[in-house]
Design a protein around this ligand. Structure first.
Ligand SMILES: Nc1ncnc2c1ncn2[C@@H]1O[C@H](COP(=O)(O)OP(=O)(O)OP(=O)(O)O)[C@@H](O)[C@H]1O
Length: 734
């Protein structure tokens, strides 16, 4: 049967559902038998590429394809899309399917060299003194590097070397085939030619020795870097999904070679994948879960993340990636269980009731096992414990935030159940030193907290994860074969102990996606101290697929003055983090008062909707729930209907207002960050009364929150504030 190869769909060529349905019917027939007369597979006169064909989708619509016969009996058809009849002929006359002998990658190009935006004159001699100041030349790159090492066409290479600034390079990159655009941007952000080749798997896959050009073309379509532009369609059902979703489905099929590598690789122990917001960490996890499931349908796979909302989102996406993946309902079932981390903890507690008594005593000392049946929020209990205790401590230590952190980071992970145990406890990374006298005072408050929990019943989330870890450790056989974690930076120490106990050490046991710059809950954790040994199994994704280079530049500036460290090391990298998409610069708008700020917000939303933006592709992000209500009322009074998103699913198609915390993991075409002034970012009320160390960490989390908010925008970002701007982006306003 003929092999169908789909090329990534051009976002500018969207066709409606009924046409996509017809295109699917056409391809389904083609894949069964390309000799069917009704298909009208025809060459085009005067086409640039003799392999180009059009096919009859309906009276009005034509498909454009390349037919590559090779030496096999069945042809490969590379499908580009459908167009109205005359446009299809125009497209077909121009497009070319070429094999790049340097890289071994097959590519489709639509323009002749003369049409390419920003590309230089092929015969030009411009790479001399005049261009020494351009970004690529300043990085030491030469024509030889681009042409002979990376296989760039010489006019493109000249254009790239002549590009006078980053914007010009981005514009050029946006018009290139995906692997080449990606390579150019990586070079511009400082990667060496060797690094770029390695990330695109160029050396290892080079194939230019086929007996004929068709054989080369087919081999080049299978190159990992070609997978950014092509996918081999194996089943009808997959074909239907790809066609029906058009370019929205790009993440489901056209992975970057680096993404694919982390989907497919086997690792001998825990693996950590870091990467900035929007680099496709969740995409990798979803594909990896599917890959593990397909490889062994009896495998018990847990895909988990910090919140229930994010887990629900991942579950929907996994279902849409591949409806044949079996979603498990409970721990220990075959298939993929997509679950929030605390729900996974509760499930482990329920499943291991036989070990509960021993597990509770190991964590909390002499307590009834029944308390483990209910999880409670600890904030209020800590406030009460601190208020009612007569512990002799300085004011900044008499703070619920200090105790909560001490308890979560030291006491519970260390399984400390007595004052003597606490005297001996190691407290790495806790900042404030506590001598024996102070430890005795701190322990009084811990005892008071535990006494209150014992009376009221229930355990907090950190305790529960520790109890579950202890119970799992007492089982004779494991419940789970593979664990995949998203948003790893937000998990608590005992969550990690739980996950370590959930899956036995071994091949592909734990795969962790994280971004230190997005830690907005809890304290910083070092995995090595919790029994999770990454040792060298750690990599980083750098290409942002979500947001534009302009928005990313703004967001990265927000991070620059924060001191970040990740799950393993003391410095979290931002360098090399880049985007291949272009868009307008973020708008930074100051208001004199709230009324003006609301007016500006209402005007923006109205203008976007009038210009044709889908209302629910607009997100207004605020610091807290009170502000969300205030903005919603304010916009309502101005005749702009919005909806406040909480945890309940809503279906209305209005623009949404939500807290920045709630927006984690989501994205919108247009984002307004509302209320970004100095009193709210960082929110002064969360900093009150903290120790210096606690305060610094809280400010860092607030900075990360602002970064999370700014990286939710796919296309346009607007930041609004009244009075003085937040310190997080003050520099950008000058
Ligand atoms: N290979 C790809 N092709 C097209 N789109 C992609 C690809 N990889 C990721 N994306 C898109 O980029 C966006 C960000 O992806 P994803 O949510 O996986 O990133 P992330 O690293 O988990 O982000 P965050 O840390 O902000 O949650 C999504 O819209 C996703 O569909």
């Amino acid at each position: 049967m003929p092999q169908i190869v789909m090329a990534v769909q051009d976002a500018g060529n969207r066709v409606d559902g009924s046409v996509r349905g017809k295109a699917y019917a056409f391809l389904e027939k083609l894949s069964a038998n390309d000799a069917l007369p009704g298909l009208h597979i025809e060459p085009i006169q005067n086409s640039t590429d003799s392999r180009v064909r059009t096919g009859r989708v309906s009276q009005f619509w034509r498909a454009v394809l390349f037919k590559v016969q090779g030496s096999g009996t069945e042809a490969h058809y590379v499908y580009l899309g459908v167009w109205p009849h005359d446009n299809a002929i125009d497209v077909a006359k121009k497009v070319r399917l070429t094999f790049n002998p340097v890289t071994g990658i097959t590519q489709v190009t639509a323009e002749s060299p003369a049409d390419r935006v920003g590309a230089g004159d092929e015969h030009g001699t411009a790479i001399g003194d005049a261009t020494t100041a351009t970004p690529l030349v300043a990085l030491g790159l030469s024509l030889e590097d681009l042409v002979e090492e990376l296989g760039f066409e010489s006019d493109i290479a000249v254009g790239a070397l002549e590009a006078s600034d980053e914007d010009a390079l981005l514009e050029l990159a946006a018009g290139l085939v995906p692997w080449q655009g990606s390579a150019l941007i990586a070079l511009a952000s400082g990667e060496s030619v060797a690094e770029v080749k390695a990330s695109l798997a160029i050396e290892e896959m080079r194939t230019d020795d086929g007996p004929d050009e068709d054989t080369n073309l087919i081999a080049g379509l299978k190159h990992p870097a070609a997978a950014m532009q092509f996918t081999f369609v194996e089943e009808d059902e997959e074909l239907r999904r790809i066609i029906e979703e058009g370019d929205f489905a790009a993440w489901k099929v056209f992975l970057h070679p680096e993404q694919r590598r982390y989907v497919e690789q086997t690792s001998s122990g825990p693996f950590r994948l870091s990467g900035g917001a929007g680099t496709g960490k969740t995409v990798v996890l979803l594909h990896r879960a599917r890959r593990l499931h397909r490889a062994d349908p009896s495998a018990r796979i847990v895909l988990t993340t910090f919140t229930k909302t994010l887990a629900e989102g991942m579950k929907r996406e996994l279902r849409s990636l591949d409806p044949t993946v079996v979603l498990a309902d409970k721990l220990g079932d075959a298939g993929v269980l997509v679950v929030g981390i605390d729900a996974a903890v509760s499930a482990a507690i329920r499943t291991n009731s036989a070990h509960m008594s021993a597990a509770v005593s190991a964590v909390l000392g002499d307590r009834s096992e029944r308390i483990a049946a209910r999880l409670v929020d600890s904030d209020e209990r800590w406030r009460d414990a601190v208020a009612s205790s007569d512990a002799d401590l300085p004011a900044d230590l008499r703070h619920a935030a200090f105790f909560q952190a001490e308890y979560d980071m030291v006491v519970v992970p260390g399984r400390i159940t007595s004052r003597d145990g606490y005297f001996k406890a190691r407290r790495p990374g806790r900042g404030v030193a506590l001598d024996r006298v102070r430890r005795a005072e701190v322990w009084k408050v811990v005892e008071s907290y535990r006494a209150r929990s014992s009376i009221d019943g229930g355990i907090d989330f950190g305790e529960a994860a520790a109890v579950a870890a202890e119970a799992l450790g007492r089982r004779s056989s494991p419940l789970v074969d593979h664990v995949l974690v998203d948003e790893g930076q937000d998990l608590r120490p005992t969550h990690w102990q739980f996950l370590r106990a959930l899956v036995p050490e071994g091949q592909d046991d734990l795969f962790i996606a994280e971004d230190a710059h997005q830690r907005i809950y809890g304290q910083r954790v070092v995995l090595g101290r919790l029994g999770i040994k990454i040792v060298g199994r750690s990599r980083r994704l750098q290409l942002n697929y979500r947001t534009t280079a302009q928005n990313l530049h703004f967001a990265v500036q927000v991070l620059e003055t924060g001191g970040y460290s990740d799950l393993e090391s003391d410095a979290a990298e931002v360098s090399g983090y880049r985007s291949a998409r272009l868009g307008p610069a973020p708008q930074l708008i100051r208001a004199d008062n709230l009324t003006q700020e609301l007016d500006a917000c209402a005007d923006l939303v109205r203008a976007w909707v009038t210009a044709g933006a889908a209302p629910d592709s607009i997100g207004i992000l605020v610091r807290d729930a009170t502000q969300a209500q205030q903005v919603s009322r304010g916009l309502d009074e101005r005749g702009t209907k919005v909806r406040v998103v909480t945890n309940q699913a809503q279906t209305a198609k209005d623009p949404v207002v939500m807290t920045m915390h709630r927006a984690k993991g989501m994205e919108f075409s247009r984002v307004v960050i509302f209320g970004a002034d100095s009193s709210l970012m960082p929110a002064q009320y969360v900093l009150k009364g903290l120790t210096d160390q606690e305060r610094d960490d809280a400010v860092l989390r607030e900075r990360s929150l602002f970064y999370v908010a700014a990286t939710r925008a796919r296309d346009e970002l607007v930041v609004l504030w009244t009075g003085d701007p937040s310190e997080f982006f003050e520099r950008a306003t000058s």
